[in-house]
Design a protein around this ligand. Sequence first.
Ligand SMILES: Nc1ncnc2c1ncn2[C@H]1C[C@H](O)[C@@H](COP(=O)(O)OP(=O)(O)OP(=O)(O)O)O1
Ligand SMILES: Nc1ncnc2c1ncn2[C@H]1C[C@H](O)[C@@H](COP(=O)(O)O)O1
Ligand SMILES: [Mg+2]
Length: 194
Amino acid sequence: MADKIKNAKIVFVVGGPGSGKGTQCEKIVAKYGYTHLSSGDLLRAEVASGSERGKQLQAIMQKGELVPLDTVLDMIKDAMIAKADVSKGYLIDGYPREVKQGEEFEKKIGAPALLLYIDAKGETMVKRLMKRGETSGRADDNEETIKKRLDLYYKATEPVIAFYEQRGIVRKINSELPVDEVFAIVEKAIDELK
Ligand SMILES: Nc1ncnc2c1ncn2[C@H]1C[C@H](O)[C@@H](COP(=O)(O)OP(=O)(O)OP(=O)(O)O)O1
Ligand SMILES: Nc1ncnc2c1ncn2[C@H]1C[C@H](O)[C@@H](COP(=O)(O)O)O1
Ligand SMILES: [Mg+2]
């Protein structure tokens, strides 16, 4: 089964909470037809299913902590295989959250061709998440959990960017700009891949 995705085009989309990863992925899907897989969305779907595993995940996510690596990697792999016959490429949004996640992904699935680093200032991310929290219904879009998510991002996830910079596959995207201007930079990075 895993053979089906062995040669897939893979783009990691990494950035802080609220930096705009999901927003840009939607636009990439619309223009390029890539398959968007957000690890957070996959986890929230499991929570919404009401399963026992979902209840355990919810408790972790509500605290702004990371769920176990194997859980999230298995979910991503299954979702990739399910789309293998129709996918033009995969946007892996919100993964890797730590260097170890990247290493395990490469062992079990394959290497990314590009890492889009969606970069915004801490204060911008907090502002965007507080605003999103007014309507998102996300249990982690509140002041206390946002602070924990941000701290964890700087501590665990920023090293991921340095790790892939050594390979020359990181494109830093200024996400302080309006959405369409951010996307114009994203487009250039994706077009380089073709
Ligand atoms: N460039 C932008 N300018 C203004 N607002 C933006 C921009 N990009 C995204 N937003 C808004 C849309 C959302 O309400 C909010 C967070 O964006 P979103 O794409 O959901 O972030 P994200 O996917 O990185 O967050 P998370 O990690 O929490 O899932 O900010
Ligand atoms: N890749 C991940 N590893 C561990 N935990 C994860 C991962 N992606 C999402 N999560 C958990 C922890 C996050 O705080 C929440 C929400 O993720 P988001 O990317 O902000 O939707 O889910
Ligand atoms: Mg998101």
